[in-house]
Design a binder for this molecule. Structure first.
Ligand SMILES: NC(=O)c1ccc[n+]([C@@H]2O[C@H](COP(=O)([O-])OP(=O)(O)OC[C@H]3O[C@@H](n4cnc5c(N)ncnc54)[C@H](OP(=O)(O)O)[C@@H]3O)[C@@H](O)[C@H]2O)c1
Length: 423
């Protein structure tokens, strides 16, 4: 891990987006230019929202990262995909607020540039750079091993890296459809590998990046690797994000009582470089362009759900929530409005706790098989709550046997004891 900064002397809070402290005349003169910039390049700053005077902005409801984000001094936060788009803004503002940010990137040169961009803006930023391809289990394992070997604490893991619908069908070395691997299995593997450290640093959090695209997803029970889909388009993307929401919810249930909260978030539609990386037909490209200008928000606003879930103290012990803007409206001209509100996922499966458990169990089994096949060993078992339930059932069973009856649940071969998992 390359440490690239010094600890901050004091907490200071430069504004996050467009400068709003100009005089009235200067503001008026710059207004048309800023309006044009916001419309033509909505990913920058705060989009049209940045045109509002500060006093009016402060009246808007919702969490404001300048006003409401706590000082993160002493906290270590890992952000994957931290060199670009939402991940960059997330890393940038966490660093501004004094967190030690471990920026995970797949391309080290892009990562170095992102580190230097943040440092040039916030010289107090404490940043480390690590490399991993989230689509490769071997690479994710190496990342986790290197991090765990560093003995660094870990308070928040933000699984942000991901791709929108890349289009051409591809499978990974581990036998997953690419979107499934990068958006779902890689982040799940990383989470499970880092869980012991997160638990040791509790209260801690995992924030998983989902998407409104979950609405296009269904569970492909017979094809959980996505390899029979034949395309890496919206269907695969939707499934990967639906699984993300469902597994977040179920993992949180299993971790209840451990001090680790797991959240899923979504950014609505945000104008990021990710938009151009996705493969689109001409009609889709036009639709995406119009949607992102009228309905979309800036990178910075799109990062708010992750920042809120990662930092807000009111969320302690409230894992399992799905946080993001209203999917249907109120984003007009970039106003994310209620970006930081708990929502109900649109897919019924993600609202059903039993389906979530089933999906988690099934995909965890698939992940385990792939990790073993890759020679990486079994995925650590972290079903803390299930272990507690099973221990209780075992007790009940023993009690029933003592009384001459039968009882208790059959135990999973791999069920861990709480002590084993606490290592
Ligand atoms: N923008 C939206 O409207 C929107 C909506 C819903 C959900 N999301 C989700 O938000 C997250 C961030 O996307 P974004 O819009 O900010 O796009 P972005 O600017 O393209 O950022 C994606 C980040 O993930 C990294 N990444 C991609 N594949 C990777 C891999 N195999 N291994 C490691 N890192 C990888 C990218 O690295 P490179 O720079 O090297 O490509 C980049 O740093 C994604 O999970 C995306 O699905 C975005």
């Amino acid at each position: 891990m390359a440490t690239a900064a010094v600890p901050p002397g004091s907490f200071h809070l430069p504004r996050s987006g467009d400068p709003r402290s100009q005089g009235l005349l200067s503001s008026a003169l710059h207004l048309p230019l800023r309006a044009a910039t916001a419309l033509l390049a909505p990913g920058s700053g705060e989009g049209l929202l940045g045109l509002l005077p500060g006093w009016l902005r402060n009246l808007l409801p919702g969490w404001d990262c300048d006003r409401d984000m706590p000082d993160m001094f002493g906290k270590v936060v890992m952000v994957t995909g931290a060199n670009s788009g939402l991940g960059f803004q997330t890393a940038r503002l966490l660093a501004r607020n004094n967190a030690h940010v471990v920026m995970v990137v797949r391309d080290v040169d892009k990562g170095k540039k992102a580190v230097s961009d943040i440092l040039s803006e916030f010289s107090h930023a404490k940043l480390s750079l690590m490399q991993a391809d989230m689509g490769s289990l071997r690479s994710v394992k190496r990342l986790a091993d290197d991090f765990l070997a560093s003995s660094s604490p870990l308070h928040v893991l933000i699984n942000n890296a991901g791709m929108l619908a890349p289009g051409p069908f591809e499978t990974t070395e581990d036998g997953f459809e690419t979107t499934h691997a990068i958006n779902y299995y890689g982040p799940l593997y990383l989470t499970l590998l880092l869980l012991p450290r997160l638990r040791a640093c509790a209260p801690s959090r995992v924030v998983n990046m989902a998407s409104m695209g979950e609405v296009f997803g269904t569970i492909h029970w017979n094809d959980l690797r996505g390899v029979d889909m034949g395309s890496s388009g919206m269907k695969a993307y939707g499934a990967s994000k639906l699984y993300t929401i469902m597994a977040s919810r179920d993992l949180n249930r299993r971790l209840r009582g451990t001090g680790v909260d797991v959240f899923a978030v979504h950014p609505g539609i945000a104008s990021t470089p990710g938009e151009v990386k996705s493969d689109k037909s001409y009609a889709m490209a036009v639709m995406a362009f119009v949607a992102s200008r009228l309905h979309g928000q800036s990178e910075l606003r799109g990062a708010l759900p992750s920042l809120f879930a990662a930092t807000d103290t009111s969320l302690q012990g409230r894992g399992g929530l799905y946080i993001g803007p209203n999917p249907l409206g109120l984003q007009l001209f970039g106003w994310g409005g209620w970006n930081t509100v708990a929502r109900s996922p649109m897919s019924w499966e993600a609202r059903d706790a039993v389906e979530c458990k089933k999906l988690y169990d099934a995909t965890r089994g698939v992940l385990d098989g792939a990790a073993v096949a890759a020679g990486l060993g079994s995925v650590p078992v972290t079903h803390f709550r299930d272990a507690q339930e099973e221990a209780a059932a075992r007790e009940q069973g023993a009690e029933a046997l003592r009384k001459g009856g039968k009882g208790g649940l059959p135990l999973e071969a791999a069920s861990p004891t709480p002590t084993a998992m606490a290592q």
